[in-house]
Design a protein around this ligand. Structure first.
Ligand code: ADP
Ligand code: F6P
Length: 472
């Protein structure tokens, strides 16, 4: 057992993936995903501990050190992976919180397992935290942990951050276990959301469901105050900005363009293969532009990177089949010898390769149907100190609140996506530079450090007095 820590991150996953070489030797390496990308640098600087599942079922591991972080694995059985992770987290909460773009599944065994696993995380955190420690719980998989942990350790300062959208009251209301989830979150001192709208949805829900009053950002419980606030997450701007200045990344970007046949326009999509990301909608728009002859043969190549994700959840399986069929159909109808308009990769990449892809892309397509933030959009902007490059961005991504100079689209409106794709491709260098400069200023200022430090400062600042003196 590692010593107790004064700063703890509690997340569904540890920030590392196990990599097994051909000769059987295993090692850990930093995993992809918005959450990890955002918090790992902060953890390293604060020398904290990170509690989470290590990604394999039915295996207990001892705490270990990696990348300057103390990692405390929380085990999950195969049944728990199925019911808590694939089930309640990703077949119930994920679609419910993302505007029900897929139908959520409501099944009692999933809920019961979710509760039991949350209890295990809370117990492990209670054991690992020093007296008076700061504990920062992450995301929708662990919404019951704040209240469970407070019960065990009232001395702790507990923060919670939701990385995905918090839905409107009318949608949340469908959840058979709505009361338990809200009470779980109210165990925190500070509940953070990506956007002010999510925080407002949560406060309204608390009043309607539990009758608790709020004023401004604060919810007044009988014995304490819970602060709710928006903290839009961001990326490590400095790291990406220097990475794309490295000679090997620059030459890799050139090589990528050559390998693609040196088209006039390289369009890029980088997403987890998730039905919220609007991959099908953007493929449809691109396919129609080709078919209508508005993009000429060989004029543009669209590279779609689709990271494998949640592959045992039914909706994700169906999505993969649909997308791969669609890619095949569009390529079949529009390819000429030696040139396929869509290059599709169902793979994960290292940071440098991703940075080279961003640098190589003239147009970045980020068109989710709903997304808490979308870090890919901010990563693309961070990689374009050349002020070249156009970002086509969905109005339904949290990032659209900040990146107003992108080419904003409604992904449900295929004509709008087509129009904005073409406008982005045809924009003058001057126009692109004007837009990119403003977006870069925003991401450089509100980077991931600022996100984490604003959250932690708010968490460490006591709220107003609780009380009875406040009314709704
Ligand atoms: P989400 O959190 O829903 O996955 P985000 O866009 O917020 O979506 O974050 C995705 C993160 O995963 C980004 O940091 C991105 O660079 C990384 N990523 C996406 N696709 C890949 C890939 N194929 N290989 C490696 N990293 C990836
Ligand atoms: O951003 C939402 C999120 O679910 C994170 O919690 C997680 O790190 C990332 O997406 C990847 O998802 P998963 O852990 O299910 O592969």
């Amino acid at each position: 057992m590692v010593g107790r820590s004064s700063f703890l991150i509690v997340a569904n996953r540890l920030p590392v993936d196990r990599n097994v070489e051909q000769d059987g030797t295993a090692s850990w390496r930093r995993s992809p995903g918005g959450l990890v990308t955002a918090i790992a640098p902060v953890m390293q600087r604060r020398h904290g501990a990170w509690l989470g599942w290590h990604g394999a079922a039915d295996e207990e591991l001892e705490p270990f050190e990696q990348d300057g972080m103390s990692l405390i694995p929380v085990p999950l059985s195969a049944t728990e992976v199925e019911l808590y992770y694939e089930g309640f987290s990703n077949a119930t909460l994920w679609p419910l919180y993302h505007d029900v773009v897929a139908p959520p599944v409501f099944e009692r065994p999933m809920w019961e397992t979710y509760r039991a696993v949350n209890e295990r995380f809370a117990n492990a955190a209670a054991e690992a935290a020093e007296e008076g420690a700061v504990v920062w719980v992450q995301d929708y998989q662990l919404q019951l942990v704040p209240a469970m942990l407070r019960k065990l350790r009232p001395d702790l300062r507990i923060g919670f951050f939701l990385h995905i959208p918090f839905p409107p009251v009318e949608l949340f209301w469908r959840l058979p276990w709505r009361r338990e989830l809200v009470e779980g979150l109210l165990g925190a001192d500070l509940v953070g959301f990506q956007l002010p709208g999510g925080a407002a949805n949560f406060r309204r829900l608390c009043r309607r469901l539990l009758g608790v009053p709020y004023k401004g950002n604060e919810i007044f419980l009988e014995d304490r105050v819970v602060t709710t606030q928006a903290f839009p997450i961001s990326v490590d701007f400095g790291e990406l900005d220097s990475m794309v200045r490295e000679p090997q990344v620059i030459s890799r970007a050139k090589e990528i363009r050559m390998e693609l046949g040196d088209p006039e326009h390289v369009l890029l999509g980088v997403d987890r293969l998730d039905y919220t990301k609007g991959i099908g909608q953007r493929l449809e728009a691109f396919g129609e532009l080709l078919k209508e002859g508005r993009i000429g043969p060989g004029e543009a190549v669209f590279v779609q990177i689709a990271t494998p994700s949640r592959e045992r959840v039914d909706e994700y399986r169906r999505l993969r089949d649909d997308i791969e069929l669609q890619v095949g159909r569009i390529n079949g109808e529009n390819s000429v010898l030696g040139n396929q308009p869509i290059q599709y990769f169902h793979q994960s990449y290292g940071k440098q390769e991703l940075a080279a892809l961003y640098l190589a892309a003239d147009v970045m397509l980020v068109t989710p149907l709903r997304d808490g933030m979308n870090l890919v959009a901010k990563e693309y902007v961070s990689c374009h100190h050349d002020l070249h490059g156009a970002l086509v961005l969905s109005e339904f991504a949290g990032a659209a609140d900040e990146l107003r100079q992108s080419f904003l689209v409604n992904p449900y409106d295929v004509e709008d996506v087509k129009r904005q794709m073409l406008t982005a491709m045809r924009a003058t260098p001057h126009e692109l530079a004007r837009r990119m400069r403003t977006m870069r200023r925003r991401v450089a200022t509100y980077d991931v450090d600022r996100w984490a430090s604003e959250f932690l400062t708010a968490l460490e600042t006591p709220a107003s007095a609780p009380a009875t003196s406040h009314s709704a």
